[in-house]
Design a protein around this ligand. Structure first.
Ligand code: FAD
Length: 470
């Protein structure tokens, strides 16, 4: 086995969390390696629109690296404006391919060594420290040594291999949110589509069904709104199912009408029986999800307004896994923390996306409101390991809290926080729990992050214009 010593930060997983962590650490001047099993950086963030820059009262809760990437894509004409939304706070769609190019360039400019097609398979520990990770590459296996490690694998692979405690799924039965194979549809007639959404019988947004004011205001904005989040059409699915034309777990069409006028990102395949860390279950889930793509396409073409000439453009390169291991940190963010909008002295990011749980049976979602809450650094330090951070959808939180923290923008904010903290620890030769919070928060603010101290007050004009649902 060959060896590579980084004497710096090693980030495993290049999704929203890992990408931001590596950028933050690299930009702070610390040797940084980013390890990714796939052939591109970005993970799920390179497949989907980004949600949750704003709270349900339209306060911007995330900026920093996430905001910078969106601004760069907008300057290139490759992203929508950030669109306020009463359920999701806000949404932005982007050309995911251009995002991947930009992300790779930013990593290079930050001096990050990116190792693609490189699978983490083992961890070397000395006492309570991780001293290296073993990776499998085309050229053989390699030991990558470092000072501080970041688990951004989404599955918590690094922490689990390091012997950390973890939990998975609901407390009652361990079942996780249903996964989805996302696909992109083109050839939609936007005018006909929007006209269809105006019809009272269509019900394109079930989470607004009990909020007629917000729904009416959304309908007024639709003709000019670049991004339209969808979660409904239940009646049409029922009719098609009863007609024997469709047989899928989903009871609603979930998706996002993105900014190219004729395109939609469909998030409607669902796999009802799934264990993300069982390799056979994972393979079977791909097969189940692929089997739903063409029946759903046929359903869209026949039943959805404006979809007569729609066609399949692209299937996501990886199954979208909403929830996997939850790694136990020094603190476990609770459901109550996010619903109450709790503050923490060691807050290093703010989240405000609603608790959005795609039920394990794949039928629909369970949504609950939250207030802007702090993510404390101690929910990102892995319990029992001296030099290991966790960030992203496998952070230390309850099943319900993950339903909020898992959104792309919030994962990026966590990544930026742990990357900045890891760089500080390496620079100053201190343990990750000895990084002083005040200077860390100041560094994050310099990096454009939003923290409690800079969280804006709700704007009554925006609330009046967009409508509010809690
Ligand atoms: C279907 C679906 C739809 C969603 N819709 C939205 C949406 O519209 N907007 C939004 O903001 N959020 C959405 N989310 C949530 C959000 O996309 C994810 O929670 C978020 O992107 C997770 O980021 P992450 O960095 O934690 O993990 P991931 O994006 O999963 O990244 C983890 C990375 O680690 C790599 N990796 C894993 N294991 C290893 C290993 N052993 N060795 C090396 N590399 C490894 C993976 O290849 C991957 O690139 C959605 C999620 C899903 C699944």
């Amino acid at each position: 086995m060959s060896e590579r010593s980084v004497d710096g930060v090693v980030v495993v997983g290049s999704g929203a969390a890992g990408l931001a962590a590596a950028l933050a650490a690299g930009r702070a001047g610390v040797p940084t390696t980013l390890i990714e099993s796939g052939g591109f950086v970005g993970g799920n963030s390179a497949i989907l629109p980004w949600l949750g820059f704003h709270s349900r009262r339209y306060q911007q809760v995330v900026d920093g690296i996430a905001g910078e990437i969106v601004a760069e894509l907008r300057a290139l004409g490759e992203a929508s404006e950030i669109t306020l939304d009463p359920v999701c706070g806000s949404a932005v769609s982007m050309n995911s391919h251009v995002y991947r190019c930009v992300a790779m360039r930013l990593l290079r400019e930050a001096g990050v060594r990116v190792m693609l097609h490189t699978l983490l398979v083992d961890v070397v520990r000395a006492g309570d420290r991780v001293t290296g990770v073993v990776v499998q590459r085309k050229s053989g296996s390699e030991l990558v040594a470092g000072d501080v490690f970041v688990d951004a694998t989404g599955d918590g692979d690094l922490s689990a291999l390091a012997g950390a405690d973890w939990a998975k799924g609901r407390t009652a039965d361990g079942r996780v949110q249903a996964p989805t194979l996302v696909f992109r549809v083109g050839g939609i007639d936007r005018e006909q589509f929007v006209a269809g959404l105006m019809r009272a019988d269509i019900g394109f947004r079930d989470l607004l069904a009990d909020h007629p004011v917000a729904l009416d205001r959304l309908r007024e904005r639709l003709p000019t709104q670049q991004v339209i989040v969808l979660g409904g059409f239940a009646g049409l699915i029922k009719q098609a199912t009863e007609a024997g034309e469709l047989d899928v777990p989903a009871s609603r069409v979930v998706g996002v009408k993105t900014h190219p006028p004729d395109e939609l990102v469909a998030v409607t395949t669902k796999v009802a029986v799934f264990d993300p860390i069982d390799a056979d279950s994972l393979s079977d889930a791909y097969a189940d999800a692929y089997a739903q793509v063409m029946p759903l396409m046929n359903f869209f073409v026949k039943w959805l307004p404006g979809f007569k000439s729609a066609r399949l453009l692209e299937i996501a390169p990886m199954l979208g896994i909403r929830e996997s291991r939850r790694i136990m940190g020094d603190y476990v963010l609770t459901t109550d923390d996010v619903q109450a909008g709790r503050t923490f002295d060691d807050g290093v990011a703010v989240g405000a996306y609603h608790i959005d749980i795609h039920t394990p049976d794949g039928s629909w979602v369970d949504s609950r409101s939250v207030r802007p809450y702090d993510i404390p650094l101690r929910a990102l330090t892995v319990r029992g390991v001296e030099n290991l951070f966790v960030a992203g959808k496998c952070m230390s939180a309850s099943h319900e809290a993950i339903g909020s923290t898992r959104v792309i923008t919030t994962c990026m904010a966590q990544g930026q926080a742990v990357g900045t903290a890891a760089a500080h620890a390496v620079h100053n030769r201190v343990g990750i729990r000895d990084v002083p919070i005040g200077p860390l928060q100041a560094a994050l603010l310099r990096g454009g992050a939003v923290l409690r101290a800079t969280l804006p007050e709700p704007d009554p004009d925006l609330i009046e214009r967009i409508g509010i649902i809690d």
